[in-house]
Design a protein around this ligand. Structure first.
Ligand code: CP3
Length: 343
């Protein structure tokens, strides 16, 4: 076992395992060096390159887990959807009709993205730490597919949910089947945990989430139960959804920085908490990084904790600042700290 897997399974570990969302990306000079020669899709679709990028933060920073280098959009071209990156995803023809949704293809799990299975096998041969596979949650994938790309308020998508709820459910159902196949393939290829990114779930009310998100997320987690790997869920700006999220069949919930861990933990009973340093703290001086990192670690002492950022690392981040945060986490003895708190 490993610190990361132990904590994911709910153990109070002596020190918190640590990794960072978007840990492989543009803040690393070695990532930018590869990016000079290849497009984002080429980076994703070349297993040796995806493997090398996945391991960059492991080598430079000593994180306790690797996350597969891909995007939540990776499985979607297999449905017949054209996606470009600029730098976020852009969908050529956004889905706006039932006919478009009906035309989406569902491929067998080995055919969705064979290059991902190859990358995972290479990473497992080389990585000293566990590998996290991942996918986008159906609601978040549908957000991009219907909206057509990133947006401030996702008005077209939110209109579609009200105008054509049946078509929306048909799309969410297809994306659920796709995700179950795609994520099962990742585990069968060697992924040791799975994180489901529901980045845009927080836009919606608890009632909308109960209708359009929870049942689909639950189907995915239940389908993954056979593999006995820890399942991680993340939504951002989603504190109003914790009663819904707590019902999900997953071991770990990743939370953003807007509330302290000790305040959130009772609402997510029995789950390991992952988080929750504000990624903006890594833009601050090192003294601030130490102080804030230790604050989050103390707030996490009430149970199992995987240290992470509350959302992805900013591309302006100095890698040495990230390293300083990671070293601070590694030198924090949770058993000792808990004794001090209990005394
Ligand atoms: O290191 C890792 O975390 C693994 C790789 C990873 C990427 N995307 C690579 C990437 C992961 C886990 C993702 C998930 C992802 N992609 C999410 C969920 C996480 C979240 O942030 O909520 C979302 C919403 C996307 C969609 C997406 N892809 C966006 C919004 C962008 C633009 C990001 C930006 O910073 O401008 C992308 C492109 C993308 N995906 C990049 C990377 C490294 C940047 C591409 C580049 O090099 O220009």
């Amino acid at each position: 076992m490993s610190l990361f897997l132990d904590a994911a399974w709910g153990k109070f570990t002596e020190r918190a395992p640590v990794w960072m969302m978007r840990q492989a990306g543009r803040y690393l000079p070695e990532y930018r060096a590869i990016k000079e020669h290849l497009s984002f899709w080429e980076m994703c679709r070349t297993p040796e390159v995806a493997c090398a990028i996945t391991l960059q933060p492991v080598k430079r920073l000593g994180v306790d887990a690797a996350i597969l280098f891909q995007d939540i959009m990776t499985p979607l071209p297999s449905m017949g959807i054209d996606i470009q990156f600029n730098p976020g995803p852009v969908i050529e023809s956004p889905l706006r009709s039932s006919a478009q949704i009906e035309a989406l293809r569902l491929s067998e799990k080995t055919e969705i993205a064979p290059f991902v299975a190859e990358a995972i096998k290479l990473i497992r041969q080389e990585s000293p730490v566990p590998l996290i596979g991942f996918g986008g949650a159906p609601l978040t994938l549908a957000t991009y597919l219907i909206q057509g790309g990133g947006s401030k308020d996702y008005a077209e998508f939110r209109q579609f949910l009200r105008y054509a709820p049946e078509a929306a459910h048909a799309l969410l159902d297809k994306l659920t089947v796709l995700s179950i196949r795609y994520l099962s393939m990742q585990v069968e290829a060697g992924a040791q945990a799975i994180q489901l990114f529901d980045s845009w779930a927080g836009l919606h009310s608890a009632g909308m989430y109960a209708q359009f998100a929870r049942p689909y997320n639950q189907r995915i987690f239940e389908a993954l139960a056979v593999y006995k790997i820890p399942r991680i869920y993340i939504a951002v700006e989603a504190a109003h959804l914790y009663p819904e999220i707590n019902q999900l069949n997953c071991e770990v919930v990743s939370i953003d920085w807007r509330l302290p861990i000790d305040q959130v933990r009772p609402q997510l009973a029995g789950k390991t908490i992952q988080g929750n340093l504000d990624p903006a703290i890594l833009l601050a001086p090192k003294e601030v990084i130490s102080t804030e990192t230790k604050r989050v670690l103390r707030e996490g002492l009430g149970g199992a904790h995987i240290f992470n950022l509350g959302h992805g690392i900013f591309r302006q981040t100095d890698p040495n600042h990230a390293k300083h945060m990671i070293e601070t986490v590694k030198s924090f003895d949770r058993t000792k700290a808990r004794e001090l708190v209990l005394r």
